[in-house]
Design a protein around this ligand. Structure first.
Ligand code: ATP
Length: 532
């Protein structure tokens, strides 16, 4: 009996893996990476782009390696840094690189690891984590997805406040900047939602620095591609610039996915190296979904889809600020029956002209239906949703309408602190509605005018679409002539070529339209007439 009792109590007490027995439930679950035990192989070389963020975290590593350099001048080592940014942009990767490069112990855990079904466990885990860290100081603690514990505390405990989480947060707050000293322990946090974090957590003295990790721009995407193409056997003519241009708005994780998907597609086809077409297929698949092989469309349905898509293509071709077209297809993919693929320009600043051109191009499909079939179809649902949101945003957020100039009802804090969900009068609401409708109907008329002026080309395009199902930029150029405008991506690339060495000189087939084009008077004339 005694032996059995001892055995039982040992089993309950066992702390293998942290969560072992019931008595070790309050122990922290942090994983420790040490330079002796660690198999962490990620270094700053594996993190492409993110120069600003990289510099900040490199500085933290250098603080820990050589603190006297900073303290001699009277500076203090920062207590913590918060990595903030959209999903998949490399926050965890950056923290891993810090672990790989810093010569100090690195504790890593996720915000949700603090939470358990027992009351008081979270706070006790925080205490345990900091106790361990202080023993090993100087060291770094990394808490991923910190919003799981760091969410703002509620005001009214009866209204959904979570006592256990709040206790954990309170403990974290006191450990980070309380009476006890924790010099030499730097806390790195990562989150997608800095806006919902408690204000006390964000103040200087706890997280002194917020490091913003944004979606990569064109140049950074080229670097990220280079990192992820390292292990892949690629065709020697592959143009990395082209890949970066095809993937606007993609995060680092998406790019890693494209590379992997392209390798799988090439393997499925039994190729020896991954080629450009495999990457294009991978991007198409990730953006548009799986191609649907079963085509249950009648001839008249196909015709209607072709005229709709050709409408988008024609109108956008004629507008200076519409995104450059890559291809038009009537092959069903995912939810869509057909699609016009553009390369978004990734502008940092969007002007009124850009937004109006964008709305006009999006309405091109519905305008074509009305002009050539007389009755609208449900196929334009997506377009209309997008256009309505854009028009309302122009009026209510960007102050871009004549009747409501320079006012914005946008709330960047995202908090309804004073309970205003609609901070304007009913008269203003009527004005917002009227102005948005005016913008949409004006652009719709403009789209119809452009299509009427280019009926010949539009018909030709629609017929080619019905016949071939996919139309590329070159085919558009045959019909309408070159676009006389240079795209923003091209301007950026030419800057890059001046400052950097060229990556490859193979030119792509379907972005030629975006090359600096010669003046084309006939198109220019038509376009000017239409825009006027
Ligand atoms: P989440 O907020 O969803 O946790 P995250 O920002 O922490 O996302 P990571 O886990 O760091 O994202 O990134 C996921 C993957 O994306 C990485 O493993 C890496 O392969 C790739 N990746 C992201 N950014 C970069 C980059 N700048 N350079 C190289 N690879 C990157």
């Amino acid at each position: 009996m005694v032996a059995f009792f001892i055995f039982l109590s040992r089993r309950m007490n066992s702390s293998g893996g942290g969560a072992g027995g019931i008595f070790s439930v309050g122990k922290s679950k942090a994983q420790l990476f040490d330079k002796t035990t660690s198999d962490m192989k990620v270094t700053f070389k594996d993190v492409a782009g993110l120069d600003g963020a990289k510099q900040e975290v490199e500085e933290i590593v250098s603080f820990l390696r050589n603190p006297s350099r900073y303290t001699e001048l009277g500076g203090k080592i920062p207590k913590g840094a918060l990595l903030v940014g959209p999903p998949g942009t490399g926050k965890t990767l950056l923290a891993k690189a810090v672990a790989g490069e810093a010569d100090v112990p690195f504790f890593s855990m996720s915000g949700s690891d603090f939470v358990e079904m027992f009351v008081g466990v979270g706070a006790s885990r925080v205490r345990d984590l900091f106790r361990q860290a202080k023993e090993k100081a100087p060291c770094i603690i990394f808490i991923d997805e910190i919003d799981a514990v760091g969410r703002a505390r509620g005001r009214n405990p009866n209204m959904g406040a979570n006592d256990e989480r709040e206790n954990t947060l309170n403990q974290l707050l006191t450990e980070m900047d309380g009476f006890g000293s924790n010099s030499g322990v730097i806390i790195l946090g990562a989150t997608n939602r800095a806006d919902i974090l408690d204000k006390a957590l964000l103040r200087a003295g706890r997280f002194d620095r917020q490091i913003h990790v944004e979606l990569p721009d064109l140049h950074e995407r080229i670097d990220i591609f280079k990192v992820h193409l390292r292990p892949i056997k690629i065709d020697e003519h592959l143009d990395i610039d082209f890949l970066a241009r095809q993937t606007p708005g993609f995060s680092g994780a998406d790019i890693a996915n494209v590379c992997n998907e392209a390798a799988l597609i090439a393997a499925r086809k039994g190729k020896k190296a991954v080629e450009k077409q495999d990457f294009i297929d991978a991007v198409d698949r990730i953006v548009g979904g799986l191609e649907r092989k079963t085509k249950l469309t009648t001839i008249s349905e196909k015709k209607s889809i072709a005229y709709h898509e050709a409408g988008h293509a024609t109108v956008s071709w004629m507008l200076q600020f519409a995104n450059p077209l890559v291809k038009v297809t009537i092959v069903p993919r995912g939810e869509a029956l057909g699609a016009a693929w553009y390369l978004p320009e990734e502008r940092k600043l969007t002007t009124q002209e850009h937004m109006l051109d964008q709305i006009c191009a999006t309405l091109g499909g519905r305008a074509a239906e009305e002009l050539f079939f007389g009755s609208p179809s449900t196929g334009a649902l997506n377009d209309l949703e997008q256009v309505t949101k854009q028009a309302y945003a122009m009026v209510a957020y960007y102050g871009m309408s004549d009747k409501l100039p320079n006012v914005s009802y946008y709330d960047s804090s995202g908090s309804y602190e004073f309970g205003f969900s609609k901070p304007y009068s009913d008269t203003t609401a009527d004005l917002i509605d009227a102005e948005s409708k005016r913008i949409i109907s004006e652009q719709f008329e403009r789209a119809k005018k452009i299509l009427t002026a280019n009926t010949q080309g539009h018909h030709q395009l629609a017929l080619q679409l019905i016949e071939r199902e996919v139309i590329y930029t070159e085919d558009m150029e045959h019909i309408f002539g070159k676009r006389p405008w240079t795209s923003r991506a091209d301007e950026l690339m030419s800057e890059l070529e001046v400052t950097d060495q060229p990556v490859a000189d193979v030119k792509t087939t379907n972005t030629d339209e975006t090359k600096p084009a010669e003046e084309n008077p006939s198109i220019d004339q038509t376009t000017n007439n239409e825009i006027a």
